[in-house]
Design a protein around this ligand. Structure first.
Ligand SMILES: NC(=O)c1ccc[n+]([C@@H]2O[C@H](COP(=O)([O-])OP(=O)(O)OC[C@H]3O[C@@H](n4cnc5c(N)ncnc54)[C@H](OP(=O)(O)O)[C@@H]3O)[C@@H](O)[C@H]2O)c1
Length: 217
């Protein structure tokens, strides 16, 4: 499968590297064609790893991964171009966070989410929110954390969620550990998990943890 991964930060590079390791082709997208982090990533990752602008990455990918900050996601996807997103699964792993005056702020929050913003802006894209509730190393290597901890999927398109669930399986998340929260509006809930995640990170002193939902039935 060909993936267009939008974002040259730690998350984009980690997801892109894992995808190439699994035998997929990845174009890592950036605002500029000559992003140094992307070039270094491609060189160290080897065959199957390419770079380009957001538009080039989105054009190359059969599946698109949004791995930029939630607050700039629409800008990145607009640069990618609706014509390169239409009909494709867009896996959104972003969080809408920023630190303002030293305090964590989420925007959008409560009555909207980045996942919904993307789906509204690109109605023909098949948006699935997932993986934003765990650190990127855990995203691609869930066995770093022992136990039956889970990730979530949110989105209107059932087939797109099934495709993302299959990809999560390749990463090491078996289907019973992928909890379907329903439509894309449920992205609000997982995006609002970030303050809890950060508190746990500060308390535990590392990022290799996750939450586990235990069920009576
Ligand atoms: N760190 C984690 O483990 C983790 C876990 C879960 C979710 N997340 C989420 O994953 C996302 C990626 O995080 P990250 O730390 O890897 O990267 P990041 O620093 O949040 O984002 C880097 C990317 O954002 C692009 N960008 C920056 N400003 C932009 C703008 N104004 N318009 C368009 N694009 C812009 C950059 O473009 P250039 O390439 O041109 O510089 C770069 O590709 C975030 O939403 C984060 O909250 C992170």
């Amino acid at each position: 499968m060909r993936y267009g991964v939008l974002g040259t930060g730690e998350v984009g590079r980690t997801l892109g590297g894992k995808l190439v390791g699994l035998g997929h082709e990845v174009t890592l997208g950036s605002r500029t064609k000559d992003n140094p982090a992307a070039a270094k990533w491609a060189e160290s990752t080897g065959a199957g790893a390419g770079t380009g602008t957001f538009a080039e990455a989105a054009a190359a990918g059969e599946v698109i991964v949004n791995a930029v900050g939630g607050r700039v996601a629409l800008a990145a996807l607009e640069a990618a171009g609706a014509e390169h997103l239409d009909g494709k699964v867009v896996l959104d792993v972003s969080n809408p966070m920023a630190f303002e005056d030293g305090r964590l702020r989420l925007s959008p929050v409560e009555s909207d989410s980045v996942g919904e913003q993307i789906q509204r802006a690109f109605p023909h894209a098949r948006v699935v929110k997932s993986l934003n509730t765990v650190n990127c190393q855990v995203m691609v290597e869930p066995s770093l954390v022992p136990g039956e901890h889970q990730v979530f999927v949110s989105g209107a398109d059932v087939a797109a969620k099934a495709q993302v669930t299959a990809l999560l399986g390749e990463f090491g998340w078996p289907p019973h550990r992928v909890l379907d929260l329903g439509g894309i509006e449920s992205a609000r809930a997982v995006e609002m998990m970030l303050p809890l995640w950060l508190s746990l990170f500060q308390s535990l002193g590392h990022a290799e943890f996750n939450l586990e939902v235990r069920r009576a039935r």
